[in-house]
Design a protein around this ligand. Structure first.
Ligand SMILES: [Zn+2]
Length: 346
């Protein structure tokens, strides 16, 4: 069960495997440990890095407890010069120990006064060393101070559904812009923004592909999107991203949809509508009731947003613009933050 995860942003104590499986059986000699204080995303941090003589280390987070982070290192040997105990720079981490475990493994333990349990408390990755140096790779562990002003979305889970994809282009604009591409671009940017805010994001698709299988029927596609949401019981809201189209190129504006299956569906659609209207500046067609499948069949508050009309040349030009897409993604983030901020006050 080796998963390649370049960076682990948030861990709540379960086992994560990382690195690649290619190096199985090849011993990594751990040669050096160093640390320095730095700032990451405006937060105080300490970077601890362990140098080794080959690439593709496999590691796993064993435990993320109150004051202790333990990471298993697979197929390693400790160099004689490597201290078994190390005190890092700064005040975020107190002590690092590396102890052999079994025949070829080791356990890296980082102790801290402050909790590791706050969201985005640490980030782990491997990084190549200088090709001319003995150290071919570093295991890098960043320990971060809590964010000064955490986002209200922190710790929440959101399903983002970029409309259409793969064999289904969705609407095609006046000069050829495809709905599936705009929906994916805005959704991916929103995903990044939510990650930075400390939220967990579940995407129904991350590339230009059908969600179920290539060429599947529209109803099957919609079912697959609902399935993704239902497979994640931790998910709290569902957001489907679309662009509009009409035979008359004069049709214009933005709108958001809901189906009132919970107390919060309409409210979510209202917040999204307000923020999109403010940021995008398009004519506001309003917050609308609709019996859309993804709104009815998901079991969490859901909204479908129509960002603008691809059949309208002016709006198509806006929707193709990455700066405009950024504005829309930021607006969606603000709406989601407002939603969870209010939830928190209930
Ligand atoms: Zn659509």
């Amino acid at each position: 069960m080796l998963l390649t995860l370049a960076v682990l942003f948030v861990c709540s104590c379960t086992l994560f495997m990382s690195g690649t499986g290619e190096a199985k059986g090849k011993i990594h000699r751990l040669m050096s440990i160093e640390s320095h204080a730095l700032e990451i995303d405006g937060r105080d941090a300490v970077r601890i890095q362990i140098g080794m003589n080959r690439r593709d280390l496999s590691y796993a987070i064993m435990a993320n407890e109150q004051s202790e982070l333990r990471i298993a290192l697979e197929d390693v040997k400790l160099d004689k010069k490597l201290p078994s105990e190390y005190v890092p720079q700064g005040t975020l981490a107190d002590k690092v120990t590396i102890m052999p475990e079994g025949k070829d493994d080791a356990i890296l333990t980082i102790e801290a006064k402050d909790s590791f349990l706050h969201k985005d408390a640490f980030r782990i990755r491997t990084m190549p060393g200088d090709p001319h140096d003995k150290v071919k790779e570093y295991l890098v562990v960043d320990i971060l101070a809590p964010a000064a002003h955490p986002s209200p979305a922190q710790g929440h889970s959101i399903v983002i559904d970029p409309g259409h994809g793969g064999s289904d282009s969705g609407a095609v604009g006046y000069s050829g812009l495809r709905e599936k591409d705009v929906a994916l671009a805005v959704s991916k940017r929103l995903k990044e923004l939510l990650y930075e805010a400390g939220a967990a994001v579940i995407m129904t698709r991350t590339e230009d592909a059908d969600v179920s299988h290539a060429g599947s029927s529209p109803s099957r596609e919609l079912g697959a999107r609902v399935d993704v949401s239902r497979e994640h019981p931790e998910a709290e809201i569902f957001l489907s991203v679309h662009c509009n189209s009409f035979t008359n190129p004069d049709a214009h504006g933005m709108e958001t949809y809901y189906y009132p299956k919970t107390d919060a569906d309409e409210h979510l659609a209202t917040l999204l509508n307000e923020e999109l209207a403010e940021a995008g500046g398009l004519y506001n067609r309003g917050v609308k009731y609709a019996r859309f499948y993804v709104l009815r069949q998901t079991n969490i508050p859901a909204s479908l947003v129509e960002l603008g009309f691809l059949s309208n040349p002016d709006e198509e030009a806006l929707l193709a613009d990455t700066n405009y897409q950024e504005k829309l993604a930021q607006a969606l983030l603000r709406a989601i933050e407002r939603y969870f901020d209010e939830e928190g006050e209930k």
